[in-house]
Design a protein around this ligand. Structure first.
Ligand SMILES: [Zn+2]
Length: 415
């Protein structure tokens, strides 16, 4: 189903989505029933169905209950449960996460593998191919990729310009009258060579925000702020059900909002950014400076659980800075849900309580009870799921949906 993407093929892909959506909603249907539901001409419908059957997306079956002696039993069409529709890949700094959905939009599997931070792109893509292979496999019930429509990819750092596939969207007019060549990210070119489908790309933390807004802690929320407290501090905004990228792909850089005007220098060149206070390194350094002993977040969590006073005092201060900043963002954006993710969220209430307190103290009083603070639920696979959401939202039929309604996330979280 990989057609070039002019207006006519967009229309064709829209027709395919329409037919797949009807089979997803109604289950097996005959050609006649599909015709009644979809309103396409018989010629167009039969043409679309021939393609869907040959790609393996749709399979035919003969209805068993057709009454005998009344002509040929009707042949019905149904989604192929083993056909993969979309893959999400998160190329994080130190590891790779993949997830896949079938045509019923059920998560059929996910996999992760850590790697060195300096692993070259060619080797990361080879690793991605191997992990996707572990989802597809060869045994019965294994996912087949004949119906793969696109891959959604998350990468570290700013992603500028169109999120779409550059091979198909070169020279996009961005509305400012300045038509520029879209420069593909190396991973887009490499993945396209290996899988032969469009590769959509965005910042992986922003994609995690989209994942949490669709299937995670903020499921169904149309206005969601996601903050990730990890080696870096970043986040993402879902506004009116859509991921907000910003004019230069720089939306969601919450880690570089100044929270201590006389604070430490930040890697970004600024001073006193939230990242100098609330990143893993900043928190562990401050804890050790206060006499504590923790080599990593796990050991800090242990200290917190043991009631270590200097750890609790430190996190109270860090949480207060975070909450004050979130209050300012709330006044600007008006989210209904704030989701806190990343390894530092594992410190639990020691961090969440001061965040909540400072947020309530500083947000405009009328908003005080209108925003819900929650901990992220999707874990490290959030970015890969966001990549899938990117693919589903970019498809013509789903692009205007506020949220993906029917992904069976439970299967993934409770295998
Ligand atoms: Zn900074």
């Amino acid at each position: 189903m990989s057609h070039p993407r002019g207006p006519l093929s967009q229309l064709r892909r829209g027709h395919e989505e329409l037919v797949l959506g009807l089979l997803r909603k109604h289950g097996p249907l005959s050609r006649g029933e599909l015709g009644k539901h979809c309103g396409l001409s018989r010629t167009t419908l039969y043409d679309i169905l021939a393609d869907l059957v040959s790609s393996g997306a749709v399979v035919t079956a003969t209805a068993q209950e057709a009454p005998r002696g009344r002509g040929r039993p009707a042949e019905t069409l149904t989604l192929n449960p083993d056909a993969g529709q979309a893959i999400g890949i998160d190329f994080a700094r130190r590891g790779l996460h993949v997830a896949a959905v079938n045509l019923a939009h059920e998560i059929v599997g996910s996999a992760s593998e850590p790697h060195a931070a300096d692993l070259p792109w060619e080797q990361r893509v080879a690793l991605a191919e191997r992990l996707v292979g572990s989802l597809t496999g060869t045994g019965s019930g294994a996912l087949r990729l004949g119906a793969l429509s696109a891959i959604g990819v998350g990468v570290v750092g700013p992603v500028n310009g169109p999120a779409g596939d550059p091979a198909e969207e070169a020279g996009v007019d961005r509305g400012d009258g300045d038509v520029r060549e879209a420069v593909p990210h190396p991973v887009q070119t490499l993945l396209r060579e290996r899988f032969g489908v469009p590769v959509l790309i965005d910042n992986n933390t922003r994609l995690a925000a989209l994942g949490e807004a669709i299937w995670g802690a903020a499921a169904g929320g149309r206005d969601v702020l996601y903050l990730r407290l990890s080696h870096g501090v970043g986040g993402g905004l879902v506004v009116g059900g859509s991921l907000h990228r910003g004019a230069y792909g720089l939306s969601g850089e919450f880690g570089h909002i100044t929270v201590e005007p006389d604070g430490a220098r930040c890697d970004c060149g600024g001073t006193g950014c939230l990242e100098t206070v609330a990143s893993i390194r900043a928190v562990l350094d401050a804890y050790r400076a206060a006499g504590g002993r923790a080599g990593d977040v796990r050991e800090l969590v242990k200290a917190v659980e043991a009631g270590d006073a200097s750890a609790l005092t430190l996190l109270d201060g860090v949480g207060t800075r975070i909450g004050e900043m979130l209050a300012a963002l709330c006044n600007a954006i008006g989210p209904s849900v704030i989701v806190i993710g990343g390894e530092l969220a594992e410190t639990g209430d020691a961090l969440a309580e001061p965040i909540e307190r400072a947020l309530r103290d500083h947000v405009m009083p009328v908003s005080r009870h209108r925003v819900s603070l929650r901990r992220a639920t999707l874990g490290e696979v959030a970015g890969a799921l966001g990549g899938i959401a990117l693919v589903l939202h970019e498809s013509p039929l789903l692009s205007r949906y506020p949220a993906g309604p029917d992904l069976a996330i439970e299967d993934l979280m409770n295998p």
